[in-house]
Structure formats: C-alpha cells, structure tokens
Write a protein that binds this ligand. Structure first.
Ligand code: IPM
Ligand code: MN
Length: 377
C-alpha cells in the first residue's frame, strides 16, 4: 500500500487560490516521484464566503481541518472587508485553535536570487526564525474606554487559561490598552523547539539567539529571558545569546551570517521576518510553517493576498511551493521536501522566474517547470 496523506487546502483570497493551485500540482508531482498519494480536502474559507454568508470559520471547517495533520494555506485579505476581521477571524483563529505554537520561518537566500545586501550571498544568509505564535500582544485582549472601566479579560488556550480583572479609571480624554501575555509554559515549549532546530540544522557551531526587548518590557520579556536561560542550560552543545529587537534589525542587514536559529516572541517575530524576507530576495520567496508537533500544522507563504494581482497569473508561487516543501518535511517526506526545494533552485537557474524576480514567467509556468523537474528527477 502506498502512503497517503490527507492535506487540507485553503486558497483564500486575492492571489491565494492561484498560488495554492501551483503548490498542489508540485506536491502531487513529488508524490508520484517519491511514492505517496495525497487526498486533498478543499475548503472554501475567505472573504467571498464571509461576504456571502457572514461566516469566518465554522464548526464544520474546524472539524474537517482537525482530521488532517497539515493545512496548505494561500492567503487572506480583501479590500471589501475591514482590516482585522479576516486576519483575526481566520488566520489567527486557526493558529490559536490548533495551538500552532511555532511559526517557523526560514531566511535563506537561494543561489541566483538577488539580495539588497551588498556583498552577501547564499552562504551568508541562511538562518531560521522560530516565532512564538500564540502569545504576546497577539492574544488580542484589551479595550478602549473613557473615564472608567470594569472588565474581565480572558485568554483560553489548550495549555492554560488566564483571567484578568480590569478596574481602571482615568481623567484622560480616552484610554486604550492591550495586554501582552507570556507564560512560562508557552515560552518553554517554543524555546525548546528552537534549540532542537539548532541541533537538527547541525551547523559547525550551533547557536540560538533570543530576540526581545527585556530592557523596556521587563515583565513579559524578563520572564521570556529567564525561561530562555533555563532551557539553554539543558543544551550544552548549543551556544546561546540575547539580542534586543532594535539591534537585531541592524545585525540582519550588517552580519546575517552571524545567525543560525533566532527565537522570539510573536510580535517581534512578525516584524523581523518581513525584514528576513527582503534579505532573502523578497516576499515572493518567503515561506512559513505554523507548527503544532502533535496536532494540525499549517503551511503558508508569509506574504498576503496581493489583491491587485488577483487573476493576472503573474504572482510568484515560490513562497507557497517552498511552504509545500516544509509541509512535506513535516509529514516525514524529507526526500521529497528536499527535491521540491531543489526544483525551485533549478527553476531559478533556468531563468523561470516571475516579474518580481526580474523574469517574465507566469505563475503556472513556474509550477509547470518544478512539477516536470520532480517527475523526471
Ligand atoms: C504574518 C501576517 C499576520 C501576522 C497577519 C496577517 C495577521 O502578517 O503571518 O506575518 O501578523 O501574523
Ligand atoms: Mn507579518
């Protein structure tokens, strides 16, 4: 019996469906070559359905997604929907519901790809960011008030529950606040994952860098640092260091070769991975995996839905195809995963590049090339 994987697919909005179509073709070709089948479960989730029915994620969606170990996700975001609704109601809701506590984002410059960093090449830009994915300011609790406020704010996770009672008064015209939450359990599991990544990457001198702002946000990131030091002590073969987030944006540009694994709370992880995407050649080339090692994980390009390119066939599918490679790796198809990444490198070498990379190829030509390469590999 050949192996078979059930994979959920969500094209979503804007260019999402086009790039997921290419990603699916590439993964199917990898399956033919490496002896596994894929049963896709396609879900109609995104702006269109929301505008039609008012639904963001239904119980039925979550039940279907929960039967799969992996979700292949395109993008969400639509100019007809107020910012925040789809992002919080779909993307963040999925990350939290499935407790995908790691957001793994490789920052790797592939051969033949232009980087804005003068004098740097593929040997210099090759690290991974492990972004915590369920805590920090992303927990989304807070409020706006005038004069006074009495409120209960709750964070409910599979790992724990936290409840805050707010009792505030003010003579300011209006007050807004938002609470960032770090827990010992939440920090510990993601930092451990980062050290395990360092071991898996097996560099000559494995290293994990913690990125935070413990000099100002001393409570949340003070706890983060304590946990980092405790976890680091259990990995004597991996060196460790702290860096403040403002400084790390400078080092990513000046000395990207100094990094191996970077681990960071959610919001700084969001910010520094867009910078990471630029130094690896642009958002069209940056993949990410939202990982729960024991549950349902989700793989996506880190770029958004780019509505102005929708339906034009010009979007770069590489970030999505690369996310597909990470998905295969997650499912234990390591050889196929490596071949997909190799296919991306070959496409670039052959000049099969979309416009954002200075080429002429359309979205499906890139998918065609990589799928054909895999079938013949
Ligand atoms: C990302 C995105 C999301 C985030 C948005 C769309 C909610 O920017 O995946 O980096 O902030 O995490
Ligand atoms: Mn982002």
């Amino acid at each position: 019996m050949p192996r078979r994987h059930d994979i959920a697919a969500i094209g979503g909005d804007g260019i999402g469906p086009e790039i997921i179509t290419e990603g699916k073709r590439v993964l199917e070709a990898a399956g033919e070559r490496y002896g596994f089948g894929i049963r896709w479960k396609d879900l109609d989730i995104g702006a269109e359905r929301y505008l039609r029915t008012g639904e963001l994620l239904t119980e039925g969606d979550l039940a279907t997604l929960g039967t799969c170990r992996a979700i292949y996700f395109g993008a969400i975001g639509d100019e007809r929907v107020k910012p925040g609704i789809l992002e919080k109601g779909i993307l963040l809701a999925l990350r939290f519901h499935f407790d995908q506590f790691v957001n793994l984002r490789p920052v790797k410059l592939l051969p033949g790809v232009w980087t804005p960093l003068a004098g740097k090449g593929p040997a210099d830009v090759d690290f991974v960011v492990v972004r915590e994915n369920t805590e920090d300011f992303y927990v989304g609790i807070g409020s706006r008030f005038r004069k006074e406020e009495r409120k209960t704010l709750e964070v409910i996770r599979s790992l724990y529950r936290v409840k805050f009672g707010v009792d505030a008064e003010s003579d300011a015209e209006e007050v807004a606040y938002q609470i960032g939450v770090i827990t010992r359990e939440g920090a510990r599991r993601v930092i451990r994952f980062a050290f395990e990544q360092a071991i898996r990457r097996a560099r000559a001198a494995p290293k994990v860098t913690s990125v935070d702002k413990a000099n100002v946000l001393t409570e949340v990131y003070g706890l983060w640092r304590d946990v980092f030091s405790e976890v680091a002590a259990g990995f004597p073969g991996v060196s460790s260091e702290f860096s403040f987030v403002d400084a790390v944006t400078m080092w990513f540009v000046k000395n990207p070769e100094a990094f191996d694994v970077v681990v960071t709370p959610n919001m700084f992880g969001d910010i520094i991975t867009d910078l990471g995407a630029m130094i690896q050649g642009g958002l069209g080339l940056a993949p990410g995996g939202n990982i729960n090692p024991e549950g349902t994980s989700m793989f996506e390009p880190i770029h958004g839905s780019a509505p102005k390119y929708r339906g034009l066939g010009v979007a770069n599918p590489v970030a999505t195809i690369w996310a597909g490679s990470m998905l295969l790796d997650h499912l234990g198809e390591g050889e196929a995963a490596a071949a997909v990444l190799d296919g991306i490198v070959r496409a670039i070498a052959a000049g099969v590049k979309t416009r954002d990379m200075g080429g002429q190829a359309g979205t499906s030509e890139v998918g065609d090339f990589i799928a054909a390469y895999l079938r013949g590999a």
